[in-house]
Design a protein. Sequence first.
Length: 264
Amino acid sequence: MNELRLRIYEQIINKTPDGRTSLFNKICGVTIFISIFFAVIVTENSIDYRFGDQIDLLDWIIGGLFCIEYICRLWVAPLEDKYGKGLKGVLRYMISPMAIIDIIAIVPSFIGVRAELKILRVIRLLRILKIGRSEKFKQSIFHFNYALRSKSQELQISTFYTILLLLISSTFMYLAESSIQPELLGSIPRCLWWSITTVCAVGYGDSIPITALGKTIASATSLMGIGAIAIPTGILASGFSESLSIQEKVLKEEEALENNSNES
């Protein structure tokens, strides 16, 4: 029994020999996504009307799986030093933030609440962030942090360019359209909203220029907005590439040292 408990504990804390996500946590992650998916689609009345009973049955099954997971976590909680031994460890785990999140995700399955409340399971995605402790996940975070740190100056320049583009385009649009469309583009802050949606290529269409000069400004803003998006993307890609190159170089050096030590 103690050996089974230890194995479950290793699965829960993601302690695998190859550093990958454990089977237990993979199943938990898939179950969380499935439960969120059905909680989302059941808010569509036509789907709820046709498949409501089947989705409710599936929701009970998912709730049962969540219960099993929760019981497993309670059972192995005393094996973690931060919770303590015996019943005291179980009680300490029950009042931990992650355990409370689990309870919030489980309860809607059994008390017949509205589908809108079941979407609270989204907060269980925090559990996925916690279990994402595999070596590959850590390396990905490291590469991302390296890209941000090593390219911080370039990103600052790109941010300055974007802000400058937004201010200049919104000012010009104010001068061109304020007298024609005072309600939509009658101030620089209103034009700033238009400028942001144009630069980001969103284009909600709630405010658009109607004069020839305004359309010319909008065209120039759209073209320069491509650069505002592409420049930081290229900078981050360069940072990622540098980080991967450094890692590959370090691995080759470690491999060479290991080979030399074996030969000697």
